[in-house]
Design a protein. Structure first.
Length: 182
């Protein structure tokens, strides 16, 4: 897979900001009635990662979300979404992976993979922001309506989960610094 040769090196360089670990193996295939755009319940779970964004006692979670969605160049993105994003915006993540912004809430936003994404279309990734005792956390959760050729295979899914962990960790380190300006 293109772009994955650097994953072992990136993993070796990474330490620290992740809380918890990779989620267990994906659950069974989703029920046909599940509306996976609305949330992961009843869908094919891929991963959930939590990252600390540091101590920001005077910053609310919605301010951290706005910091990112109003300055989307902080996100690993190319194309037409480098400024402020809105629901329906389409961009490309690292490696030319097209996504659409599905939802933007007070303390979260969610993207959906489009045809041409290396993991296939229909993967939903939610970035949720929270604060406890002044410490901010970003939780990234990914799910699909059904597994693709890649996410249904152990090796490919494992490599992509590792790549996602590294990519979202870099985003978390960026927000760790920029949340002071939120």
């Amino acid at each position: 897979m293109p772009g994955f040769a650097a994953v072992p090196v990136a993993l070796a360089l990474c330490a620290g900001l992740m809380t918890g670990g990779p989620s267990p193996a994906p659950a069974a295939v989703a029920s046909p009635a599940a509306d996976c755009r609305a949330g992961p319940a009843g869908c094919y779970d891929l991963y959930t990662y939590g990252y600390t964004l540091g101590l920001h006692p005077f910053t609310e979670p919605d301010a951290v979300r706005r910091q990112l969605t109003d300055r989307f160049w902080l996100f690993p993105v190319s194309g037409g979404c480098a400024g402020r994003i809105r629901a329906g915006a389409r961009c490309e993540l690292l490696g030319g992976n097209p996504v659409e912004v599905e939802y933007i809430g007070d303390d979260f936003f969610q993207i959906n993979t489009l045809p041409g994404h290396q993991l296939g279309r229909g993967m939903h990734i939610r970035f949720a922001f929270s604060r406890t005792l002044g410490f901010h956390t970003m939780t990234v959760r990914a799910w699909q309506d059904r597994p693709t050729e890649c996410t249904g295979e152990v090796f490919c899914n494992g490599v992509n989960r590792a790549f996602a962990w590294v990519t979202w960790r870099v985003l978390a380190k960026t927000l760790y610094v920029t949340a002071y300006a939120a």
